[in-house]
Each structure stands twice: as C-alpha cells, then as structure tokens.
Design a protein around this ligand. Structure first.
Ligand SMILES: C[S@@+](CC[C@H](N)C(=O)[O-])C[C@H]1O[C@@H](n2cnc3c(N)ncnc32)[C@H](O)[C@@H]1O
Length: 221
C-alpha cells in the first residue's frame, strides 16, 4: 500500500506517474498557452467553476487536485490563472490528449502570461481503498462531472484546513439520475467538516426518485 502514496511537496510537486505500480514517463507540461488551448481544443471550462476560480487562488501555494479531469478543460483553465493542478484520470488517452493539445499551442502564443501554473497529469483509478495522496496536500479539489461519494472522506483528508472543495455533478439526462446523489445527501455528508457557501440542488429523474444534480463550493473547517 505504501508504494501507492504520492506525497506532494507543495513547492515542487512530483512528476506524474501511474500509481498502479508501473510508472509512466513524466508528462509534465510547461504551459504558456493554456487559455487558448482550453477554449479552442480541450473544450470550454465549467462556467460555474470559473465563477469561483478567484477563491481558489487564495491558497495557491498548494496544488489543486482535479479528480476525474478528463481532457483537462478545467485544469487548464485554472493553470491559466496561476494555479498548479494535479490532473488525475483513469484514462491514459485523455491525459495524453491534454498533454498533446496544450503543448501544440505554446508556439502560437503571442502574449506572455505573467503567472501560469503547471499541470501534473497522473494516471490513477481513484478509489477510497487505494487513495494515492497524502493528508493535507491540496489547497483545493475540484470534481466536475465525476462523482464517487465514497471519495469524500479522502478528499477531506487530503485538503489543508481552509482548503476548498468544488463539486459539480453531471445533469440528469437519460438514466444518469441513477448515479446522482439523493436530496440533501452531499450536504449531510459534508456539513460536519465544510462550510458550504454554495449548495445548489436540482431535482432530476422520475418524480418518485430523490436524485438531484448538485453544484457546491465548500471550505474545510
Ligand atoms: C464526464 S468526464 C468529466 C471530465 C472533466 N472533469 C470535465 O469536466 O471535463 C469523467 C471523467 O472521469 C474519469 N473517471 C471516472 N472514474 C474515475 C476514477 N475512478 N478514477 C479516475 N478517473 C475516473 C473518466 O475517465 C472521465 O475522464
């Protein structure tokens, strides 16, 4: 189990690696063109996340964790705002796309960005039983369109006190509601440990099913 633990030195986070035992070559990105890459190729970041992004920069000496980052549209947007982001996904192809597309724009970039964060892609299947991060190593955790309620305790443990948690579930299209939380479920699980300055639920799915899509922003107390 010990070999799965990645201890983040917050001044110099470790290179990305596969945490299932076999390490991948480092995919560290030196970004100078993240904003353009984000918009033109990686997809537009979550608008609601961008609305709270300034609050994430308050403790920017710690990296942000983007859990289930996908192609990295949100991670790249945060990096363009000066935050370093550990981008975790279980899909190596998506991480490679993030690396490839962001890098291809570096040469095209015209205006230097004064302060740009770095992205640290990490291939991992995030599970409660094999959580790969140390305690209190992230200043924020974002989780957009990916939610495993079983990871909430691990999120809390890996956030520094005063660190932020942003969760935005997917909507209720088709049978999605079956995987969404129930009314009040996330609030009840988080309230003992987080101050929730944003908590929005929207009822989705059949009327007799208590599923909700949720967007929340909390601060670890
Ligand atoms: C719908 S995508 C959302 C991607 C990104 N957060 C965004 O907003 O664009 C969900 C992502 O979560 C990843 N994912 C699902 N389960 C995962 C797990 N247990 N560990 C790591 N990544 C996971 C998938 O590979 C996929 O890239």
């Amino acid at each position: 189990m010990a070999r799965h633990v990645v201890r983040l030195n917050t001044e110099s986070p470790p290179p990305p690696r596969r945490v299932s035992g076999k390490f991948e070559p480092p995919l560290v990105l030196e970004h100078t063109a993240l904003k353009r890459a984000t918009i033109s190729h990686l997809g537009s970041p979550s608008k609601a996340l961008i609305d709270v992004a300034d609050k994430l920069t308050g403790i920017s000496q710690y990296p942000v964790l983007d859990a289930g980052c996908g192609f990295g549209r949100n991670a790249a947007a945060l990096a363009s705002r000066g935050l370093s982001v550990v981008c975790v996904d279980q899909n190596l192809g998506r991480l490679h796309t993030l690396v490839r597309l962001a890098s291809s724009h570096i040469a095209e970039f015209q205006q230097p960005i004064p302060k740009v964060g770095q992205l640290y892609p990490l291939l991992a299947n995030l599970k409660q039983s094999q959580w790969p991060f140390a305690q209190k190593c992230f200043g924020a955790i974002i989780c957009v369109h990916f939610l495993d309620i079983g990871l909430l305790d691990a999120f809390r443990a890996s956030l520094v006190t005063g660190g932020h948690l942003y969760i935005e579930t997917f909507g209720g299209h088709g049978g999605n509601y079956l995987e969404l939380p129930k009314i009040g479920q996330l609030r009840d699980l988080l309230l003992p440990h987080f101050q929730l300055s944003i908590y929005r639920e929207r009822k989705v799915g059949p009327t007799d099913y208590r599923a909700v899509s949720v967007r929340l922003f909390g601060t670890k107390t």
